[in-house]
Design a protein around this ligand. Structure first.
Ligand code: XMP
Length: 496
């Protein structure tokens, strides 16, 4: 009954995830017994094999911290200076779970209206007041909603309303000790200050409460020294050698050589250079969509491959350049080669729901990479704003004119051309809350999917795929419509 992957994908048709449906297998274990642990590179295992895209509206330090905290991993984008990118990586590597990633600070003469603006664009509800208006300045007080809710003149400076008597803890206080101080004092915020009274970190009750409710399977992704895992993307130009050295110095765990078409002499040369200069660094090459592309990069030493061309929600590569592949076909065909050669692949782009993640893993991917799924979350860079009453954030392709204007054109190999050809678009996505909730929810849904497939972990899924016992078939348009919600006038959509 049904088809093996070799049969289904060997018919000259390019399938997307929605074109394919998996057949259920036999269940002899609970969903909680499913283990999704898988490799994102040859040397890095993740308990939750979900990673965030290196895009400037998706992954900066805050996203990378959150992704690693829930058992996945974030890849910091490189549409910024070398110093900025390395600083973001260093921030993730230095982060202690339990503390705030981006501490909002303002100077004492700042009007309350500036805090109002911060509240609506960033979800912050309080600020630390320091003499410099930044972390590292002398702590003068804190301002929370309680201090400002009843002040009608919003031009009042913060120094007139701030709480000056603040419970603080000394630099070096552990997350556990900070939690204890917050509990004992019934406070919401605990600034950590050094001997000179300068603000060095901030612990909050909200962060602790959020982390306490993480499911056990979402234990953080840590390196050998107990620091959060963090990846970063880079290009293949001469100047990127300096970028890579700075990322390594900042403690990066793996780099992505970022290109929409990774089967190039540029990647092969950069890969050889990295393997010689930074032999301990894991390198993810790509993107690729065929077995031949994959083999060339693997034989040259790639530690992981990113798979997908034009499948992303903001991608126009297939329309503009006539190349690419349906994502389900691309993942399966590349995995056939890569899995045999022992190199993990990341299914990159086109993930719209947990079913797609399940299909990607069942078709041989070791991890999935998401852009739009995590854009619009609290941890994504950028400000919230409103369109037609809907709270949104910006999400843009790194090959959109918008992003290229800021310097990301190298990914699309147009760095020497005067005429920039866009291979992506820029738009908005709705407010999706925190990835600290989204990712555990997705992971649990995938565990349930694995249970239905009758496979208890990724190696078992791999075996069933290669042996042909993982059965599947194509879906007609009507079958796809039937598989979605239909015949309802209105309904409440699940958030993810
Ligand atoms: P999703 O579907 O998760 O896709 O939003 C994210 C992935 O899309 C790729 N990407 C692009 N592809 N033009 C493209 O053709 C672009 O401008 C662009 N920007 C990002 C990238 O692989 C990302 O992980």
């Amino acid at each position: 009954d049904g088809y093996s992957a070799t049969q289904l994908f060997g018919q000259g048709v390019s399938y997307t995830y929605d074109d394919v449906i998996m057949h259920p297998g036999h269940i002899c274990f609970g969903a909680h017994e499913v283990d999704l642990t898988s490799n994102v590179t040859k040397n890095i295992k993740l308990r939750v094999p979900i990673v965030s895209s290196p895009m400037d509206t998706v992954t900066e330090a805050e996203m990378a911290v959150a992704m690693a905290t829930v058992g996945g991993m974030g890849f910091i984008h490189y549409n910024c200076t070398i110093a900025e990118q390395a600083a973001m990586v260093a921030k993730v590597k230095a982060h202690s779970p339990g503390f705030v990633v981006n501490v909002a600070c303002m100077t004492p003469d700042t009007p309350i209206s500036a805090l109002d603006a911060l509240k609506s664009t960033k979800n912050f509800s309080s600020v630390c007041v320091t003499d410099t208006g930044a972390l590292g300045g002398k702590l003068l007080g804190i301002v929370t909603s309680r201090d400002i809710d009843f002040v009608s003149d919003r031009s009042t400076p913060l120094e007139e309303v701030m709480t000056r008597e603040v419970v603080t803890a000394p630099a070096g206080t552990s997350a556990k000790a900070a939690q204890e101080v917050l509990r004992a004092n019934k406070k919401g915020r605990l600034p950590i200050v050094n001997a000179a009274g300068e603000l060095v970190a901030l612990a909050t009750r909200a962060v602790f409460v959020g982390e306490r409710f993480l499911p056990p399977q979402g234990a953080p992704s840590l390196d050998g020294q107990g620091r959060l895992r963090c990846g970063a993307a880079t290009g293949t130009r001469e100047g990127d050698k300096e970028r890579i050295a700075a990322l390594v110095a900042a403690g990066v765990d793996a780099v992505i050589l970022d290109s929409s078409q990774g089967d190039s002499t540029y990647q092969l040369q950069m890969l050889a250079y990295i393997k010689q200069q930074h032999p301990a660094l894991d390198v993810i090459c790509g993107n690729v969509v065929t077995g031949a592309q994959a083999r060339r990069l693997i034989e040259a030493g790639a530690d992981g491959l990113r798979v997908g061309m034009g499948s992303g929600s903001i991608c126009t590569t297939q329309e503009v350049c006539a190349v690419g592949r349906g994502q389900a076909t691309a993942v399966y065909q590349v995995s056939r080669v890569a899995n045999q050669l022992g190199v993990p692949i990341i299914a990159d782009g086109g993930i719209q729901n947990s079913g797609h993640i399940c299909k990607a893993l069942a078709l041989g991917a070791s991890a999935v990479m998401c852009g739009s799924m995590f854009a619009g979350t609290t941890e994504a860079p950028g400000d919230y704003f409103y369109i037609n009453g809907q709270r949104v954030k910006k999400y843009r392709g790194m090959g959109s004119l918008d992003a290229m204007a800021k310097g990301s054109e190298a990914r699309y190999l147009s760095d020497t051309q005067n005429l920039k050809i866009a291979q992506g678009v820029s738009g908005t996505v709705k407010d999706k809350g925190s990835v600290r909730k989204t990712v555990p929810y997705l992971a649990q849904a995938v565990r349930q999917g694995f249970q239905d497939l009758g496979v208890q972990d990724v190696p078992q899924a791999r075996k069933a795929l290669a042996g042909g016992s993982m059965r599947m078939e194509g879906r007609t348009g009507a079958a796809q419509a039937e598989g979605g919600v239909h015949d309802l006038l209105t309904y409440e959509k699940t958030p993810w």
